[in-house]
Design a protein around this ligand. Structure first.
Ligand SMILES: Nc1ncnc2c1ncn2[C@@H]1O[C@H](COP(=O)(O)OP(=O)(O)OP(=O)(O)O)[C@@H](O)[C@H]1O
Ligand SMILES: [Mg+2]
Length: 384
């Protein structure tokens, strides 16, 4: 059981980080680990007691037999062959008793191996993230939600730059749609804003504060995200939505689900909001998972919002419904939305077109269509 719990956390480690819930997960895991340890100790004790009882009985009986044999022999009631046979049995009984510590050792080794396995699984969980807060890191204060990428260089591998000298300013509460071919750097830009990776040089500022100088906890508290890879925890729908805000009331959870157009399918599940979603959310469809993720973001209600292909798993009909929820969600927030399906970016104030890590076009959706450049080409391709 404990292995399942750990696997669930590890496969959603990025969510734990982005929702700043490491402490929450540790507190959740602690009693289970304690229980596991206790169970193993108790089973060892029971095993030992049982074997000790058998051993002591054998020893007692062996000695009794020994005494009886010697007495019968002294009374000439046993011949030598019979006596040797009885004594051999006594010796083998006593040998078994002598081997008890070897069995115990093997049993304890098995338990130790099990605990080492758990310990190994927990290692990435207990280790500090590669990117740590500076000594004097302050809390990020988001007043209006302005974002600026200033002269940013970044590479995953030294010999292949993703961004060099990237500049992008996003005004408070502006809604920016990021467009570009696969591999153009959209998710990387988001990763940098979330500080999942560190810029090689340059700065990323939120309301004038370099994100390198603020605590990651405060950074993540102020950014809501619907990630591209949408997995859920192997928990109930209710727990998955409440991951956005652990203090949320049931009423707030139901309202968030309604805004994300998730209430319909949830109420049709056998246990409603208390239905388990399976490992990584396997028991519900991709579109349903996405709606749970949208509800989670609605509940978090952060001033900056990132949508990385938030509606990619939805069919057109559901997308139309969900986009209403998303429209409710993005009001009054600074938004960066990534989408391959350009129709989903209609509500954006500005489209930024990326190509190999460079901004090659930007403007309102309509102005870019009129311009007849890369965006217009993509638009034509998708609408024709
Ligand atoms: N973790 C990583 N390690 C190494 N290289 C990476 C990593 N993630 C992305 N890349 C590379 O960085 C470049 C930009 O990738 P990124 O994921 O930002 O593209 P994207 O625009 O989000 O693409 P998509 O539309 O397919 O999601 C690509 O060349 C990609 O191969
Ligand atoms: Mg991407």
């Amino acid at each position: 059981m404990v292995n399942g719990w750990i696997t669930d956390i590890l496969s959603n480690l990025s969510l734990v980080r982005l929702f700043d819930r490491l402490g929450f997960e540790q507190n959740r895991l602690r009693p289970i680990l304690g229980q596991e340890y206790l169970t193993r100790c108790l089973s060892t004790k029971a095993w030992f007691n049982q074997h000790l009882l058998i051993g002591l009985t054998i020893t007692f009986m062996s000695f009794a037999l020994l005494v009886l044999t010697v007495w019968l022999w002294s009374e000439n009631k046993l011949n030598l062959t019979e006596m040797i046979f009885v004594l051999t049995s006594v010796v083998s009984g006593l040998t078994w008793m002598g081997d008890l510590h070897i069995y115990l050792h093997i049993y304890l080794q098995d338990i130790q191996a099990g605990l080492t396995e758990v310990e190994k699984m927990l290692e990435p969980f207990a280790r500090p993230w590669d990117i740590t807060d500076g000594k004097n890191a302050k809390k990020l204060k988001v007043t209006s939600g302005a974002i600026e990428f200033r002269n940013v260089d970044f590479a995953y591998n030294k010999n292949k730059a993703v961004f060099s000298g990237l500049n992008l300013k996003i005004a408070p509460r502006e809604k920016v749609g990021l467009v570009g071919q696969t591999g153009s750097g959209k998710t990387s830009l988001i990763n940098l804003l979330l500080r999942s990776y560190e810029v090689s040089s340059g700065e990323i500022l939120i309301d004038g504060q370099n994100i390198k100088n603020v605590t990651q906890e405060s950074l993540h508290q102020n950014i809501g995200i619907i990630p591209q890879e949408n997995t859920l925890f192997h928990r109930t729908i209710r727990q998955n939505i409440a991951y956005g805000n652990p203090k949320a009331t049931n009423k707030a959870i139901y309202e968030a689900a309604k805004d994300a157009c998730a209430d319909g399918f949830i109420e049709n599940l056998p246990c409603g909001y208390d239905s388990m979603v399976g490992e990584k959310g396997i028991k519900i469809s991709g579109g349903e998972r996405q709606r749970v993720a949208i509800a989670r973001a609605i509940l978090k209600d952060a001033p900056i919002l990132i949508l990385d292909e938030a509606t990619s798993a939805l069919d057109n009909e559901v997308e139309a419904e969900v986009s209403q929820g998303i429209n409710n969600l993005i009001q009054g927030k600074t938004v960066i939305a990534v989408a391959h399906r350009l129709s989903t970016l209609k509500a954006m104030d500005r489209i930024v077109v990326l190509d190999k890590g460079k901004i090659i076009e930007e403007g309102t959706p309509d102005s870019l269509i009129k311009k007849g450049g890369k965006y217009a080409k993509l638009w034509k391709l998708q609408t024709s």
